[in-house]
Design a binder for this molecule. Structure first.
Ligand code: MG
Length: 271
């Protein structure tokens, strides 16, 4: 059983963010940084990405957009980026003894040995890095480094998450607070209704079902809509609607993986 938890801290549009720290006029407008010989675009602000400017594209290929949209273009300044990187990495290293600097703008932190609330830690770290360096970061939390990359990607894309996406810490996306996730448990927990499971094992092949059996069969589904409404409310409150939507869209692929014998179940939980 893998009980490890990793956070991937990744600076947003790092080179652009470094330049913005010293030139706030670049905020909220399309900005790109160029590679060594000013040939290719190697860092893009969110506004530049929205214009369709791709990573690594030669500048001459997007000259028209750059001119038309008044995109700010600058040559890279690696001395500055290395210095800013050091500041960010120092803060991350102070936050945990298990830090692995992965690139100029990314670091993994192993969190499971610290008894902390992972999301709380991530939000706090994000705030500290921004306050002390001016660099915005996104943080993805998951049980493997690869999954923490996935979570980080999600943290960057979904603005409602405030820069932090955790794939651990709750067994169900739609977290309820009891150990049980069956129909009976949900009726009790969300609707405060007790369901008798007495008839569950009675003889359902009998052509003449008893009144108790018919009642039982009806009870077994009649609260589903009320449960769905309650669970949707929880999802909304926890900003997890998009996550659920994405999981549901992923189901056909999950089935395909299953049929091909893929053994890891991203949706598994232990009770
Ligand atoms: Mg980055």
């Amino acid at each position: 059983m893998n009980n490890k938890v990793f956070a991937l801290i990744d600076c947003n549009a790092f080179y652009v963010s470094c330049e913005r720290v010293f030139n706030p006029k670049l905020n909220n407008r399309p900005v790109v940084a160029l590679s060594n010989n000013d040939g290719c675009i190697i860092s893009r602000s969110k506004e530049a990405k929205a214009l369709g400017i791709k990573m690594g594209v030669p500048l001459f290929k997007v000259k028209d957009i750059v001119e038309k949209e008044n995109v700010f273009v600058f040559s890279s300044n690696y001395t500055l980026y290395a210095d800013m990187s050091r500041r960010v990495m120092n803060i991350i290293s102070y936050s945990s003894p298990h830090t692995e600097i992965y690139s100029i703008d990314e670091a993994f932190v192993e969190l499971s040995s610290l008894s902390i609330d992972y999301e709380e830690y991530a939000h706090q770290l994000r705030k500290t890095i921004l306050q002390h360096t001016g660099i915005p970061v996104s943080i993805g939390i998951a049980s493997t480094k690869t999954l923490s990359k996935v979570a980080n990607h999600k943290a960057k894309k979904d603005e409602t998450l405030n820069g932090v996406c955790s794939l651990v810490g709750h067994k169900n996306i739609d977290r309820t607070y009891s150990q049980g996730h069956g129909y009976k448990d949900l009726c009790k927990e969300l609707l405060n209704i007790d369901i008798s499971k007495k008839q569950q094992s009675s003889d359902w092949s009998n052509p003449d079902l008893t009144k108790e059996q018919i009642n039982y069969a009806a009870t077994d589904v009649m609260h589903l809509h009320a449960i769905k409404i309650k669970l949707d409310e929880i999802l909304k409150r926890q900003n997890r609607e998009l996550l659920v939507e994405a999981c549901i869209k992923f189901l056909p692929i999950r089935v395909e993986l299953d049929l091909r014998g893929w053994e890891n179940d991203i949706f598994s939980h232990s009770n």
